[in-house]
Design a binder for this molecule. Structure first.
Ligand code: KPL
Length: 304
């Protein structure tokens, strides 16, 4: 049985830690050297689901320790992927399996380029989870998770145990399309909600915002098509509207970041999209303005 280590035990990392443990898969949380749970020798994550509390106790390990890691799940924010992995790189076993699970695109290539010997997988999840307190997570909405590796049609052996998780977790033979589709949806929703500080539903209710979302979708689709990702943006606008309606009362992850004074993932969402546009000669003025406005609004917010 593989032993998974989890780097970034926030809402999604903590949720997957509990899912792995419930499926009988050994799992240890990697913690910064100053984390008080290291002195305690273990960490307790409380998961609230359907108004019931489930407590899970985990083994913990300081990032600076040197026992080797063979299976690593990384669930940090997109911009923290490379720095977080750099902090434990001395522990990575040769050819270690690493699964990256965050919004956005761009960091996957950065990780693979910096650590070419890692067996690197990418995932995309629609699980709805947010942190209520330091080690308390609310599992607000069941979603599904797709995992894959570009160019790899079938799942590696280790993935069999992930298919036993108490959630929908499937192998994708075309993870690039999955990641692009998620990027496209996030680019059409997250920055608008973060700039206007509104719940997702406002993007359907307020005519001006709804018109902006439509324009963003047109530009996003043009860039995706030029990048060879036409399949990811088929029916993008209706799909975005469906997500907006299904998550109407939610605050997008980017709005949550802005309200908490944290850095946002905009560089790995709209920033990545615009870089692709530039590479293929497709302009996206609405998306560019949105990125600028959001950066101007958040200038002065120190990253957490
Ligand atoms: O993925 C999301 C996010 O908030 O990051 C959704 C809810 C789909 C869009 O806002």
């Amino acid at each position: 049985m593989q032993h998974w280590h989890i780097l970034g035990a926030g809402a999604i990392g903590g949720l997957f830690a509990t899912l792995l443990q419930d499926a009988g898969i050994p799992c240890t949380l990697l913690l910064r050297d100053d984390d008080p749970d290291l002195a305690a020798g273990s960490a307790c994550i409380t998961l609230r689901r359907d108004d019931q509390l489930h407590k899970h106790r985990f083994a913990v390990s300081a990032n600076s320790e040197d026992s080797p890691l063979s299976y690593l799940l990384v669930c940090t924010k997109a911009y923290d992927m490379v720095p977080a992995i750099a902090g434990i790189e001395h522990r990575l076993a040769p050819g270690a399996t690493i699964l990256l699970l965050a919004n956005g695109l761009g960091y996957q290539e950065q990780v693979q380029a910096r650590w070419p010997r890692l067996d690197c997988f990418a995932g995309s999840t629609t699980e709805g989870a947010f942190r209520e307190a330091r080690r308390s997570i609310c599992h607000a909405g069941h979603g599904s998770t797709l995992v894959g590796q570009p160019g790899r049609p079938s799942a590696p052996d280790w993935f069999a145990s992930w298919q036993g998780l108490q959630t929908s977790c499937e192998w994708s033979a075309d993870i690039d399309t999955v990641l692009w589709r998620k990027l496209a949806i996030n680019c059409a929703i997250n920055p608008v909600t973060a700039l206007h500080r509104c719940p997702n539903g406002a993007l359907a209710e307020q005519p001006q915002l709804a018109a902006l979302v439509r324009e963003l979708c047109t530009e996003i689709s043009a860039i995706a098509i030029a990048s060879g990702q036409a399949g990811a943006v088929e029916d993008l606008h209706p799909q975005v509207m469906a997500v907006i309606r299904a998550t109407a009362s939610n605050r997008s992850s980017m709005l949550q970041d802005v309200l908490a004074g944290r850095e946002t993932e905009i560089d790995y969402l709209t920033g990545y999209l615009l870089a692709q546009g530039q590479q293929f000669g497709v302009e996206a003025p609405r998306n560019a303005l949105l990125l600028q406005a959001l950066k101007a609004q958040n200038a002065g917010h120190a990253p957490a």
